[in-house]
Design a protein around this ligand. Structure first.
Ligand SMILES: Cc1cc2nc3c(=O)[nH]c(=O)nc-3n(C[C@H](O)[C@H](O)[C@H](O)COP(=O)(O)OP(=O)(O)OC[C@H]3O[C@@H](n4cnc5c(N)ncnc54)[C@H](O)[C@@H]3O)c2cc1C
Length: 287
Protein backbone atom coordinates (compact mmCIF):
# COMPACT_ATOMS: atom_id res chain seq x y z
CA UNK A 1 0.00 0.00 0.00
CA UNK A 2 1.42 3.45 -0.88
CA UNK A 3 2.48 5.55 2.08
CA UNK A 4 -0.03 8.15 3.18
CA UNK A 5 1.04 10.94 5.50
CA UNK A 6 -1.19 11.85 8.41
CA UNK A 7 -1.91 15.24 9.96
CA UNK A 8 -4.23 16.21 12.78
CA UNK A 9 -4.55 19.99 12.75
CA UNK A 10 -5.74 21.72 15.89
CA UNK A 11 -7.40 24.72 14.24
CA UNK A 12 -9.68 25.20 11.23
CA UNK A 13 -7.10 27.61 9.79
CA UNK A 14 -4.41 24.93 9.98
CA UNK A 15 -6.70 22.36 8.33
CA UNK A 16 -7.50 24.79 5.51
CA UNK A 17 -3.85 25.63 5.04
CA UNK A 18 -3.02 21.92 4.68
CA UNK A 19 -5.86 21.52 2.18
CA UNK A 20 -4.56 24.51 0.24
CA UNK A 21 -1.09 22.94 0.14
CA UNK A 22 -2.19 19.43 -0.92
CA UNK A 23 -5.55 20.05 -2.69
CA UNK A 24 -6.77 16.90 -4.53
CA UNK A 25 -3.90 14.87 -3.04
CA UNK A 26 -5.44 15.30 0.41
CA UNK A 27 -8.50 13.69 1.99
CA UNK A 28 -10.33 14.92 5.07
CA UNK A 29 -10.87 12.27 7.73
CA UNK A 30 -13.95 13.13 9.75
CA UNK A 31 -16.04 10.05 10.62
CA UNK A 32 -14.00 7.78 8.36
CA UNK A 33 -17.09 5.72 7.53
CA UNK A 34 -16.65 6.28 3.81
CA UNK A 35 -12.98 7.31 3.58
CA UNK A 36 -11.51 4.31 5.39
CA UNK A 37 -13.32 1.72 3.23
CA UNK A 38 -12.19 3.72 0.17
CA UNK A 39 -8.57 3.70 1.32
CA UNK A 40 -8.75 -0.03 2.08
CA UNK A 41 -10.14 -0.71 -1.38
CA UNK A 42 -7.63 1.73 -2.91
CA UNK A 43 -10.32 3.91 -4.42
CA UNK A 44 -8.70 7.30 -5.04
CA UNK A 45 -5.08 8.06 -4.32
CA UNK A 46 -4.08 10.44 -1.57
CA UNK A 47 -0.71 11.57 -0.23
CA UNK A 48 -2.17 13.11 2.90
CA UNK A 49 -5.00 12.37 5.28
CA UNK A 50 -6.09 15.42 7.30
CA UNK A 51 -7.83 14.21 10.44
CA UNK A 52 -10.16 16.99 11.64
CA UNK A 53 -11.35 15.21 14.79
CA UNK A 54 -9.20 17.40 17.08
CA UNK A 55 -10.63 20.70 15.80
CA UNK A 56 -12.10 22.58 18.77
CA UNK A 57 -15.71 23.82 18.95
CA UNK A 58 -16.93 22.04 15.81
CA UNK A 59 -19.14 19.49 17.57
CA UNK A 60 -22.34 21.51 17.98
CA UNK A 61 -25.95 21.73 16.92
CA UNK A 62 -27.77 24.96 17.64
CA UNK A 63 -30.54 27.18 16.35
CA UNK A 64 -29.49 30.66 15.25
CA UNK A 65 -31.40 33.17 13.09
CA UNK A 66 -34.10 30.65 12.20
CA UNK A 67 -31.65 27.95 11.14
CA UNK A 68 -30.58 24.64 12.63
CA UNK A 69 -26.78 24.74 12.42
CA UNK A 70 -24.75 21.54 12.42
CA UNK A 71 -21.00 21.76 13.03
CA UNK A 72 -18.61 19.57 11.07
CA UNK A 73 -17.86 17.24 13.98
CA UNK A 74 -21.51 16.46 14.78
CA UNK A 75 -22.19 12.78 14.23
CA UNK A 76 -25.36 11.32 12.70
CA UNK A 77 -26.28 10.15 16.21
CA UNK A 78 -26.08 13.74 17.50
CA UNK A 79 -28.40 14.97 14.75
CA UNK A 80 -30.81 12.10 15.39
CA UNK A 81 -31.07 12.87 19.10
CA UNK A 82 -30.71 16.66 19.37
CA UNK A 83 -33.70 18.32 20.97
CA UNK A 84 -33.22 21.39 18.74
CA UNK A 85 -33.47 19.23 15.61
CA UNK A 86 -36.53 17.35 16.88
CA UNK A 87 -38.30 20.61 17.66
CA UNK A 88 -37.36 22.70 14.61
CA UNK A 89 -36.77 20.21 11.79
CA UNK A 90 -37.99 16.76 12.86
CA UNK A 91 -37.48 15.21 9.43
CA UNK A 92 -33.74 15.78 9.84
CA UNK A 93 -33.67 13.71 13.01
CA UNK A 94 -35.51 10.91 11.20
CA UNK A 95 -33.07 10.98 8.30
CA UNK A 96 -30.05 10.79 10.61
CA UNK A 97 -31.61 8.04 12.75
CA UNK A 98 -31.97 5.78 9.70
CA UNK A 99 -28.41 6.08 8.37
CA UNK A 100 -26.46 2.82 8.30
CA UNK A 101 -26.06 1.03 11.62
CA UNK A 102 -25.15 2.15 15.14
CA UNK A 103 -21.41 2.24 14.42
CA UNK A 104 -21.88 4.33 11.29
CA UNK A 105 -24.16 6.76 13.14
CA UNK A 106 -21.76 7.03 16.09
CA UNK A 107 -18.79 7.96 13.93
CA UNK A 108 -20.07 9.33 10.61
CA UNK A 109 -20.57 13.09 10.46
CA UNK A 110 -23.50 14.83 8.84
CA UNK A 111 -21.24 17.42 7.16
CA UNK A 112 -18.93 14.64 5.94
CA UNK A 113 -21.86 12.87 4.31
CA UNK A 114 -22.90 16.09 2.57
CA UNK A 115 -19.32 16.73 1.35
CA UNK A 116 -18.87 13.09 0.26
CA UNK A 117 -22.04 13.25 -1.91
CA UNK A 118 -22.63 9.53 -2.18
CA UNK A 119 -25.45 9.12 -4.73
CA UNK A 120 -27.21 6.78 -2.26
CA UNK A 121 -26.53 8.99 0.76
CA UNK A 122 -29.43 10.36 2.78
CA UNK A 123 -28.04 13.75 3.93
CA UNK A 124 -27.60 14.99 0.31
CA UNK A 125 -31.30 14.38 -0.41
CA UNK A 126 -32.56 16.28 2.62
CA UNK A 127 -30.03 19.08 1.97
CA UNK A 128 -31.40 19.37 -1.57
CA UNK A 129 -35.03 19.17 -0.50
CA UNK A 130 -34.80 21.81 2.22
CA UNK A 131 -32.24 23.91 0.33
CA UNK A 132 -29.73 23.74 3.17
CA UNK A 133 -26.86 26.21 3.33
CA UNK A 134 -23.40 24.66 3.18
CA UNK A 135 -20.61 26.71 4.74
CA UNK A 136 -17.24 26.11 3.06
CA UNK A 137 -13.94 27.43 4.45
CA UNK A 138 -10.69 27.71 2.53
CA UNK A 139 -7.36 29.26 3.51
CA UNK A 140 -8.47 32.73 2.42
CA UNK A 141 -12.26 32.69 2.20
CA UNK A 142 -15.56 31.51 3.70
CA UNK A 143 -18.48 31.06 1.36
CA UNK A 144 -22.01 29.70 1.60
CA UNK A 145 -23.40 27.34 -0.99
CA UNK A 146 -26.99 26.50 -1.71
CA UNK A 147 -28.08 22.91 -1.02
CA UNK A 148 -30.34 22.66 -4.06
CA UNK A 149 -27.45 23.26 -6.48
CA UNK A 150 -24.54 21.84 -4.43
CA UNK A 151 -24.60 18.26 -5.76
CA UNK A 152 -23.39 17.89 -9.34
CA UNK A 153 -22.80 14.21 -10.10
CA UNK A 154 -21.56 10.94 -8.52
CA UNK A 155 -19.43 12.19 -5.58
CA UNK A 156 -19.15 15.59 -7.28
CA UNK A 157 -20.16 18.83 -5.58
CA UNK A 158 -19.68 22.57 -5.90
CA UNK A 159 -16.85 22.35 -3.32
CA UNK A 160 -13.33 23.21 -4.41
CA UNK A 161 -10.53 20.78 -3.59
CA UNK A 162 -9.15 23.13 -0.95
CA UNK A 163 -12.43 23.69 0.91
CA UNK A 164 -13.58 22.27 4.22
CA UNK A 165 -17.29 22.06 5.01
CA UNK A 166 -17.47 23.59 8.48
CA UNK A 167 -21.24 23.77 8.91
CA UNK A 168 -24.54 22.79 7.29
CA UNK A 169 -27.62 24.89 8.06
CA UNK A 170 -31.23 23.84 7.68
CA UNK A 171 -34.27 26.12 7.90
CA UNK A 172 -36.22 25.82 11.14
CA UNK A 173 -39.68 24.85 9.88
CA UNK A 174 -42.71 26.83 11.05
CA UNK A 175 -46.09 25.42 12.08
CA UNK A 176 -47.57 25.56 8.55
CA UNK A 177 -44.59 23.75 7.00
CA UNK A 178 -43.97 20.02 7.01
CA UNK A 179 -41.49 17.58 5.53
CA UNK A 180 -41.39 13.81 5.20
CA UNK A 181 -38.68 11.37 4.12
CA UNK A 182 -39.01 7.75 3.07
CA UNK A 183 -36.46 5.24 1.88
CA UNK A 184 -36.38 1.67 0.71
CA UNK A 185 -33.37 -0.38 1.80
CA UNK A 186 -33.16 -4.07 0.98
CA UNK A 187 -31.73 -4.98 4.40
CA UNK A 188 -31.43 -3.01 7.62
CA UNK A 189 -28.23 -0.94 7.74
CA UNK A 190 -27.63 -1.14 3.99
CA UNK A 191 -27.52 1.84 1.67
CA UNK A 192 -30.97 2.70 0.28
CA UNK A 193 -32.10 1.71 -3.21
CA UNK A 194 -34.58 4.58 -3.45
CA UNK A 195 -35.37 7.61 -1.28
CA UNK A 196 -37.90 10.41 -1.55
CA UNK A 197 -38.18 13.63 0.45
CA UNK A 198 -41.27 15.87 0.38
CA UNK A 199 -41.85 19.39 1.69
CA UNK A 200 -45.14 21.32 1.83
CA UNK A 201 -46.03 24.79 3.04
CA UNK A 202 -49.72 25.56 3.59
CA UNK A 203 -51.64 28.85 3.73
CA UNK A 204 -54.04 29.65 6.58
CA UNK A 205 -56.91 28.12 4.60
CA UNK A 206 -54.92 24.92 4.10
CA UNK A 207 -53.94 25.40 0.47
CA UNK A 208 -50.47 24.40 -0.69
CA UNK A 209 -48.38 27.52 -1.26
CA UNK A 210 -45.08 25.74 -1.89
CA UNK A 211 -44.22 22.11 -2.63
CA UNK A 212 -40.84 20.48 -3.12
CA UNK A 213 -39.87 16.90 -3.89
CA UNK A 214 -36.45 15.27 -4.23
CA UNK A 215 -35.25 11.74 -4.86
CA UNK A 216 -32.02 9.97 -3.99
CA UNK A 217 -30.23 6.72 -4.92
CA UNK A 218 -32.10 6.52 -8.23
CA UNK A 219 -29.74 8.69 -10.27
CA UNK A 220 -26.25 10.20 -10.06
CA UNK A 221 -27.18 12.31 -7.07
CA UNK A 222 -30.08 13.89 -5.25
CA UNK A 223 -32.59 15.08 -7.82
CA UNK A 224 -35.17 17.86 -7.36
CA UNK A 225 -38.46 16.72 -8.93
CA UNK A 226 -39.84 20.10 -9.88
CA UNK A 227 -42.52 19.08 -12.39
CA UNK A 228 -44.12 16.65 -9.94
CA UNK A 229 -44.01 19.23 -7.14
CA UNK A 230 -45.55 21.92 -9.36
CA UNK A 231 -48.70 19.78 -9.70
CA UNK A 232 -49.42 20.50 -6.04
CA UNK A 233 -49.14 24.25 -5.93
CA UNK A 234 -52.31 26.26 -5.14
CA UNK A 235 -54.26 23.06 -4.42
CA UNK A 236 -55.70 21.54 -1.27
CA UNK A 237 -53.46 18.63 -0.09
CA UNK A 238 -56.07 15.94 -0.75
CA UNK A 239 -55.09 12.29 -1.09
CA UNK A 240 -55.92 12.59 -4.77
CA UNK A 241 -53.58 15.56 -5.31
CA UNK A 242 -50.73 13.88 -3.40
CA UNK A 243 -51.18 10.64 -5.37
CA UNK A 244 -51.12 12.53 -8.66
CA UNK A 245 -47.80 14.20 -7.73
CA UNK A 246 -46.34 10.92 -6.45
CA UNK A 247 -47.24 9.11 -9.68
CA UNK A 248 -45.68 11.89 -11.72
CA UNK A 249 -42.51 11.76 -9.62
CA UNK A 250 -42.17 8.04 -10.30
CA UNK A 251 -42.76 8.53 -14.03
CA UNK A 252 -40.09 11.27 -14.11
CA UNK A 253 -37.36 9.22 -12.40
CA UNK A 254 -34.63 7.71 -14.58
CA UNK A 255 -33.32 4.68 -12.66
CA UNK A 256 -31.28 1.91 -14.30
CA UNK A 257 -31.51 -1.88 -14.01
CA UNK A 258 -28.85 -3.23 -11.65
CA UNK A 259 -28.27 -5.92 -9.02
CA UNK A 260 -30.55 -4.02 -6.61
CA UNK A 261 -33.58 -4.15 -8.86
CA UNK A 262 -35.03 -3.35 -12.25
CA UNK A 263 -35.74 0.21 -13.33
CA UNK A 264 -39.43 -0.73 -13.34
CA UNK A 265 -39.28 -1.86 -9.71
CA UNK A 266 -37.44 1.31 -8.64
CA UNK A 267 -40.00 3.51 -10.41
CA UNK A 268 -42.85 1.68 -8.67
CA UNK A 269 -41.20 1.90 -5.26
CA UNK A 270 -40.46 5.61 -5.71
CA UNK A 271 -44.18 6.28 -6.27
CA UNK A 272 -45.05 4.54 -3.01
CA UNK A 273 -42.27 6.37 -1.11
CA UNK A 274 -43.41 9.71 -2.55
CA UNK A 275 -47.02 9.11 -1.46
CA UNK A 276 -45.94 8.29 2.08
CA UNK A 277 -43.47 11.20 2.31
CA UNK A 278 -46.10 13.65 1.02
CA UNK A 279 -48.67 12.39 3.54
CA UNK A 280 -46.21 12.92 6.39
CA UNK A 281 -45.38 16.40 5.08
CA UNK A 282 -49.10 17.24 4.89
CA UNK A 283 -49.86 15.91 8.38
CA UNK A 284 -47.01 17.92 9.87
CA UNK A 285 -47.98 21.11 8.05
CA UNK A 286 -51.60 20.76 9.24
CA UNK A 287 -50.69 20.56 12.94
C1 LIG B 1 -21.91 0.03 6.48
C2 LIG B 1 -22.20 1.46 6.10
C3 LIG B 1 -23.51 1.82 5.87
C4 LIG B 1 -23.82 3.13 5.53
N1 LIG B 1 -25.13 3.45 5.27
C5 LIG B 1 -25.44 4.73 4.96
C6 LIG B 1 -26.79 5.10 4.72
O1 LIG B 1 -27.73 4.31 4.83
N2 LIG B 1 -27.04 6.39 4.38
C7 LIG B 1 -26.04 7.32 4.27
O2 LIG B 1 -26.30 8.48 3.98
N3 LIG B 1 -24.75 7.00 4.50
C8 LIG B 1 -24.43 5.74 4.85
N4 LIG B 1 -23.10 5.42 5.11
C9 LIG B 1 -22.05 6.47 5.00
C10 LIG B 1 -21.98 7.32 6.25
O3 LIG B 1 -23.10 8.17 6.32
C11 LIG B 1 -20.71 8.20 6.27
O4 LIG B 1 -20.67 8.70 7.56
C12 LIG B 1 -20.69 9.40 5.32
O5 LIG B 1 -20.84 9.02 3.99
C13 LIG B 1 -19.34 10.14 5.35
O6 LIG B 1 -19.19 10.79 6.55
P1 LIG B 1 -17.85 10.63 7.36
O7 LIG B 1 -17.89 11.69 8.41
O8 LIG B 1 -17.69 9.22 7.81
O9 LIG B 1 -16.74 11.05 6.27
P2 LIG B 1 -15.31 10.40 5.95
O10 LIG B 1 -15.45 8.96 5.65
O11 LIG B 1 -14.33 10.79 6.99
O12 LIG B 1 -14.97 11.20 4.60
C14 LIG B 1 -15.64 10.89 3.39
C15 LIG B 1 -15.23 11.85 2.28
O13 LIG B 1 -15.77 13.14 2.52
C16 LIG B 1 -14.73 14.13 2.64
N5 LIG B 1 -15.06 14.95 3.81
C17 LIG B 1 -15.40 14.47 5.04
N6 LIG B 1 -15.69 15.49 5.86
C18 LIG B 1 -15.51 16.62 5.14
C19 LIG B 1 -15.66 18.01 5.45
N7 LIG B 1 -16.06 18.44 6.65
N8 LIG B 1 -15.39 18.92 4.45
C20 LIG B 1 -14.97 18.51 3.23
N9 LIG B 1 -14.83 17.21 2.89
C21 LIG B 1 -15.09 16.28 3.84
C22 LIG B 1 -13.43 13.36 2.81
O14 LIG B 1 -12.34 14.05 2.21
C23 LIG B 1 -13.73 12.04 2.13
O15 LIG B 1 -13.43 12.14 0.75
C24 LIG B 1 -22.78 4.11 5.44
C25 LIG B 1 -21.45 3.74 5.70
C26 LIG B 1 -21.16 2.42 6.03
C27 LIG B 1 -19.74 2.06 6.31
Amino acid sequence: MPEIKYANPETVEEACSLLHEHKEDAAILSGGQSLLPMLRQRVGSYDKVIDINDLPDQDYIDVTDGEVRIGCLSRHRDVATAEAVERHCPVLAEVAAQIGDVQVRNRGTFCGAVAHADPSGDPPVIATLLDATIVARSADDTRTLSGDSFFHDFYETALSKDELVTEVRFPALSANEGAGYEKYEPTEGAYPVATVGAYLSLSDDGQITEARLATGALEAGPTPMEDAASLLEDRQPTDEALTEAAERLGDDTMPVDDFEGSAEFKTAISKKLAKDALKTARDRAQH
